[in-house]
Write a protein that binds this ligand. Structure first.
Ligand code: ATP
Ligand code: MG
Length: 445
């Protein structure tokens, strides 16, 4: 029975007293993406396995080792999405979004599933904020997508992230590069891991991304791609860097980045931290000009990135970055007896329609226990209703911060409460700022 009260290895719960943090991140990234013209797209959590085999690439670690694949009851092979791009491009093609004005700028917040060894910053269910910009080959788009990720970090006040960029060329210039890599790795055939031996013929560039320490060591001295770029790819990379310079974005060219997925072409990039352990890549992305065609569409240049939300949270926690506080309970209305409880229900429902966080007793506690509960909630105001208050149509509203109580009419309570709470928070603000609150605000405005 222990199994039912234990989450699956590599998965994580977000508990009610923590969720405001991830909500803040989610709202922030969607807003920034929105300012860049990216609109949210939502795709299913599972797809045909073939989509990822083709769209991520069957020489990748993700496809070879990490996918959650199963047959459904109709004997179809289904895979839980290991990343966001393939599903988005599938939707782009399926719904004819190529007929809309291009580029189509799409973004998403999504869960991803990979069967990996769980450790800090590496989960089996994790979450990504991703963007895809489909239908442009211009280096201006490369810089814009990188700038978006950069803005997210700047806005969230995340520091010490290194932006590393590289170009891995196009299929044309990669032919020569593959040849050189193959020649190099042939010499170490006896030492490469089994997966990489298989990659030697099919896609030697994948060996550069292998996580095995032996392969990693061998890869260190392998020829790098930049010296093999064709003129077009070189120009594209140079212009991308010039746009980044124009936008004031600092970067370092790291010729060893190749990225984990097969479909990347030209620009690839990562935002890397050395403050959260071995899993330091918080965001990775790049151009994938060949993907639409690979999935049966017309050739359509495109690019995007995936940002790991859990790694971002780890980094923000490591840097002690404060999150804006969760929305407080504005008022708790305690009640004694049925009549008062019905009145409390009536008032809280009116307050809630005005956007106030209002709560009342839904347990049947004593007034004393209700007040204790209100304290735990951190209620800004409390009010106790009993038969007398209902009969006299008035009650005492208590400001829990200052201890001040104000007699209020229960008729029109919502308006009364709004006025009193605005007035009191204004005078608290004046006091904090050291301003004389006898000044009439209207006379200044
Ligand atoms: P890594 O090299 O760390 O395995 P990756 O190249 O497999 O990363 P991508 O496929 O580019 O990662 O995914 C984009 C981002 O998603 C990563 O930069 C990271 O922040 C996050 N990510 C990837 N895999 C995981 C995971 N298993 N757990 C948590 N976050 C992850
Ligand atoms: Mg990985």
């Amino acid at each position: 029975m222990a199994l039912v009260t234990k989450a699956i290895k590599g998965t994580q719960d977000t508990l009610p007293n923590e969720s405001y943090k991830v909500q803040f991140i989610e709202q922030t990234v969607l807003e920034i993406a929105g300012n860049y013209g990216f609109k949210e797209i939502r795709t299913p959590v599972f797809e045909h396995t073939e989509l990822f085999q083709r769209g991520v690439g069957d020489t990748t670690d993700v496809v070879q080792k990490e996918m959650y694949t199963f047959n459904d009851k109709g004997e179809r092979s289904i895979t839980l999405r290991p990343e966001g791009t393939a599903g988005v491009i599938r939707a782009f093609l399926e719904h004819g979004l190529f007929n809309e004005p291009l580029p189509q700028k799409m973004c998403y917040l999504t869960s991803c599933y990979r069967y990996e060894k769980p450790q800090a910053g590496r989960l089996r269910e994790f979450h990504q904020f991703g963007v895809e910009c489909v239908g442009t080959a211009s280096p201006a788009a490369d810089a814009e997508v990188i700038a978006l990720a950069n803005d997210v970090f700047t806005f969230l006040d995340v520091k010490n992230l290194q932006l590393e960029i590289n170009s891995i060329g196009c299929p044309e210039c990669r032919k020569e590069y593959h040849k050189a890599l193959k020649e190099y790795f042939e010499k170490y055939k006896g030492d490469l891991c089994e997966t990489c031996l298989g990659r030697l013929d099919r896609n030697p560039m994948r060996i550069l991304d292998c996580k095995s320490p032996v392969c990693g060591e061998i890869a260190k001295n392998a020829p790098t791609v930049l010296q093999f770029l064709c003129d077009d790819c070189k120009e594209h990379f140079d212009k991308t860097k010039m746009y980044l310079d124009a936008m004031g974005i600092e970067y370092k060219v790291n010729p060893t980045i190749v990225r984990g997925l097969d479909y990347y072409t030209r620009t690839v990039f990562e935002f890397v931290s050395n403050e959260i352990g071995a899993q330091g890549t918080v965001c990775g992305g790049g151009r994938y000009d060949g993907l639409c065609q690979e999935l049966g569409g017309a050739p359509t240049p495109a690019l995007g990135f995936g940002m790991g939300i859990e790694r971002l949270m780890l980094l923000m926690e490591a840097q002690n970055i404060p999150f804006p506080a969760d929305k407080p309970c504005n008022i708790y209305i305690a009640s004694m007896g049925d009549k008062a409880s019905f009145k409390a229900a009536e008032i809280v429902s009116q307050l809630r329609t005005e956007g106030v966080n209002a709560q009342f007793d839904v347990v049947g506690r004593s007034v004393k226990a209700q007040m204790k509960f209100a304290n735990k909630l951190g209620a800004e105001y409390t009010m106790v209703l009993g038969d007398t208050e209902i009969d006299e149509n008035k009650a005492n509203l208590k400001n829990m911060q200052t201890g001040e109580t104000t007699e209020v009419q229960l008729d029109d309570f919502v308006d009364n409460f709004m006025n009193i709470s605005i007035q009191q928070s204004m005078s608290a603000l004046y006091e904090n700022l050291g301003i004389d609150d006898s000044i009439d605000l209207n006379s200044i405005l």
